[in-house]
Design a protein around this ligand. Sequence first.
Ligand code: ZN
Length: 321
Amino acid sequence: MGNKLIGIDIGGTSVKIGVLDINGSIIQKWEIKTRKENKGINVVSDIWKSINAELTWNEINNEVIGIGVGAPGFVSQQTGMVYEAVNIGWKNYRLKEKLQSLTNLPVFVENDANLAALGENWKGAGNNTNDIIVITLGTGVGSGIIANGELLSGINGTAGEIGHIIVDRNGLPCNCRRRGCLDTIASGPGVVYKAMKVIEKYPTSDLAKFYESEGDITSKDVFQLARKGNQLCQGIVKDITDILGYAIAAVSSVTNPSKILIGGGLSNSEEQLLDAVNISFEKYSLPRVFQSCKLEIAKLGNDAGIIGAAYLVKKLKQSST
Ligand SMILES: [Zn+2]
């Protein structure tokens, strides 16, 4: 029996790969570029090549227990299929089967945000809590829900998609082909969109001047300007965090979590983000739900996915033997 776990986190830009020990400590990790051309046909073989370059034959064949792999989009742990990963170009892609036949190792797949939730709960700020929600705010809103100690997957792997709760019925188009999802608001592009609207409306404001001189604006800029007292940016932050807190309160009424972790690179002051979300979370929550739940900052950053992927191997391998 081996003692090493491989965790893989496939993203639209890069694939993160880690070798971990059975307790979840990272022994080594590296990244490769995601080759998205030809509908991502090379991604899996690139992963296998790079594992072979980093690990010896003996390590792969005698020490590795299995491979856990996360991909963005709609992924089913049970079937091992990636139904749709827009960022990579996969559609109805047999990820588990392909990686398993290349490596001859047991492979377990899951949605990337769900793995981040497992990772944070195992080695991050979760502390192995039974009821937790982990939200990652970046280019989109990623989320995973653990309820009664189990990751919620649903009938076809689509549970826990907080980012696709519609919070504005007439809102912006989302990549799920509907409109007004939380993803279009509480994400980097969502914040920038809102900032550009404000700049259009107030072309002589300090915010418009900032944009003119920088030639660009990011969500981090908006949060930073708000911290420095810019009222327009404070308004944007308030709007966005109000909607985010509303969505979190709605989901919390369903699962009654003891912790909600927020991570990702939306703001460079996570405390600022957390404080603002906490206000609206309280405003929209059932008091009993709010009182028993703590909002915290996720700890693992980019490693959450590979750690969660390794945890998936550990858990599923144990339950199958
Ligand atoms: Zn959507």
